[in-house]
Design a protein around this ligand. Structure first.
Ligand code: AGP
Length: 608
């Protein structure tokens, strides 16, 4: 995700835009830019790096302007560079964009055929040229309306036209956009923190709404130009809370961002009606994929847990053997792989030293490397042969949440796409699996709505010294992930274990002081996990069960019960992990821990 901001009014817009971008930097920080009206028209200045670098660019002459827009970027299409930084321009049209344009490639081809020259690799630039095309005949707001009708995807836009000084047009679809109301001055931004120092009176735009801002005021309409009456809300948050979107911690905000992060990661990558995955988004040569005899997946920490889930998905759906390795082990064990092997390196940051070393080792041995990563232009993504970018946006909290669930989305799509390529899964089965994705964000939302139940369970258990997390099959990696979340933010000793393994030793740990969390949804191994639960219960262990809505059979045998909606066993891993993230978060907060920056940890471990 990126951060956009616009201002028009009597003050100098430039320092307001720069200050606003600083407050939006948590939304993305690989490059930034500003566009402002001056006596000659609209000037654009942009740079790679952080907002402080843009400050330096503006420091030289400190320009004055009453109307400006700005952008801080989290790259999704096109590496971080000055050319790819926003604002983008097409003749007199200049704009900034937050979102993802699904159909930018066909639109780009059509515009090039019409003679437009592209200066960047981004999807955004397409919108710019489309608006410019219409602006030859129509005023800015009408040009935007006509251009947007050709665009598919998510966008929050702020657009200016040299022919109309002082005017900013904003449009919202699937990306946030909020209007700030000042006295004779108006703001437009991705999020409230951008202008909270200047105004607390805000209007949140809804889907398909457009705002036309001049220093006379704001007019809000639908994309068809029908005026809309909007409620003005007064923000009571402090600026610091506002950066967290009103959440107490970035980790909680990022847990709640998962429905959108999943939707953004899915956008443009699968076609449920045809049962197809857009394998171009993985960038692996199709012949290489067809010739692959074995897949290795290397990663660390939470990303390793995603790798373990990926093994089950790829082996069961694409019918190809998968070996999962902790990257720090893989790199030193002289692995047997080479041509005909594919290494998938999973890393949120793209800078984890062990994972980077693992993918370098695989390349040295002749294997192809696919990177699943959340940071465009990171070292891992630049060195890999191919990259699938998760679009979860910057993950600020050290404990990985939305990056994990979107990594699983990437692995799920890869398994289905590879399965179709290899003829391992038929058309109808693929349609069923892909259709389940359409309902996933809503099911995650439903679990998030039961947060209060997790708070109550956390209040009962936060004083425990030891915790066990138990799962079977594809849910065993989720048990590992739940334990890691608790460990790293509450400092409680927690272990994830295959539930069937309990009787081979760990069950000696059980007594009434040790809570055991069982991932016990209905499924092939349900009866087995139920008997493991009974083994613990009969020894006086306290039991938390995560199971299907209404499953009283499990709940009657547990001290605490957490319900989740049903879906296929693969996507169930995502639904199962959400309550574990929330439980770990609330226990960490109750224990007074710094949940965003836990002791001894770093967001990206760039050393061995
Ligand atoms: C996850 O909550 C941890 N912070 C940590 O295990 C992390 O997953 C690991 O360091 C790997 O990071 P990466 O995904 O950026 O490579």
């Amino acid at each position: 995700m990126c951060g956009i901001i616009g201002y028009t009014g009597k003050k100098n817009a430039v320092p307001i835009i720069l200050d606003g971008l600083k407050r939006l930097e948590y939304r993305g920080y690989d490059s930034a830019g500003i566009a402002f009206f001056n006596k000659d028209g609209i000037e654009v200045r942009k740079c790679t790096g952080k907002i402080k670098d843009l400050y330096s660019v503006m420091e030289t002459d400190k320009p004055f302007s009453n109307t400006a827009i700005g952008h801080t970027r989290w790259a999704t299409h096109g590496r971080p560079s000055e050319e790819n930084a926003h604002p983008h321009r097409s003749d007199g049209i200049v704009l900034v964009h937050n979102g993802i344009i699904e159909n930018y490639l066909p639109l780009k081809k059509k515009l090039i055929d019409e003679g437009y020259k592209f200066a960047s690799e981004t999807d955004t630039e397409v919108i710019c040229h489309l608006i410019e095309k219409y602006s030859k005949e129509y005023p800015l707001e009408e040009s935007v309306r006509k251009a947007i009708k050709e665009v598919k995807g998510a966008y929050a836009l702020a657009v200016m036209d040299e022919k109309e000084p002082g005017k900013i047009v904003g449009v919202k679809k699937d990306s946030p956009l909020v209007v700030g109301l000042g006295h004779g001055e108006f703001f437009l931004a991705s999020d409230v923190p951008a202008f909270l120092n200047y105004s607390r009176d805000v209007i949140f735009l809804d889907e398909g709404e457009m705002v036309v801002m001049t220093d006379d005021g704001v007019i809000i309409t639908t994309l068809d130009g029908i005026p809309v009456r909007k409620e003005v809300k007064v923000i009571s948050w402090s600026p610091s809370m506002a950066e967290k979107g009103g959440y107490r911690h970035f980790m909680l905000k990022e847990i709640y961002e998962q429905p959108r992060a999943i939707a953004d990661t899915l956008r443009g990558r699968f076609y449920p009606e045809s049962g197809q995955v857009n394998m171009d988004e993985f960038g692996v040569d199709k012949d290489d994929l067809k010739g692959t005899e074995k897949i290795f997946i290397a990663a660390c920490g939470t990303s390793w847990h995603a790798a373990l889930v990926g093994k089950y998905m790829i082996e069961e759906i694409a019918k190809i053997p998968v070996e999962v390795e902790i990257a720090s082990e893989f790199r030193y064990r002289n692995p047997i792989l080479g041509r005909g092997s594919l290494l998938i390196a999973i890393t949120q940051s793209g800078e984890t030293a062990d994972t980077l070393a693992a993918q370098r080792e695989a390349k040295r041995l002749g294997a192809k490397v696919l990177n699943i990563c959340n940071v465009v232009g990171s070292t891992s993504s630049r060195e890999a042969d191919a990259v699938f970018y998760t679009h979860s946006g910057p993950e600020i909290g050290v404990a990985s949440t939305k990056a994990f669930t979107t990594q699983i989305i990437g692995l799920y799509l890869f398994a289905i796409g590879l399965g179709r390529l290899r003829g391992a899964i038929d058309h109808d089965s693929a349609i069923v699996l892909l259709r389940d994705l359409l309902f996933l964000p809503g099911k995650v939302e439903k679990i998030l709505a039961s947060n209060e139940e997790l708070v109550q369970i956390a209040k009962e258990l936060f004083k425990a010294d030891d915790f066990l997390y138990l799962g079977r099959g594809i849910n065993y990696p989720i048990a590992l992930e739940g334990a890691l979340k608790l460990k790293e933010i509450s400092y409680i000793h927690a272990e994830g274990y295959p539930a069937g393994e309990m009787k081979h030793g760990p069950i000696a740990l059980i007594d009434e002081t040790v809570p055991s969390l069982f991932l016990s949804p209905k499924g092939r191994l349900y009866e087995k996990i139920l008997s493991n639960l009974e083994e613990v219960r009969s020894r006086g262990g306290r039991i938390i069960a995560v199971t299907d809505e209404g499953n009283t059979e499990v709940c009657n045998r547990s001290d605490y019960c957490i319900f989740i909606p049903e879906t296929n066993p693969y996507l169930l891993t995502i639904l199962l992990v959400i309550p574990l993230q929330l439980l770990a978060y609330h226990i960490g907060v109750l224990r007074g821990c710094d949940v965003d920056q836990p002791r001894n940890l770093a967001k990206s471990v760039t050393v061995e």
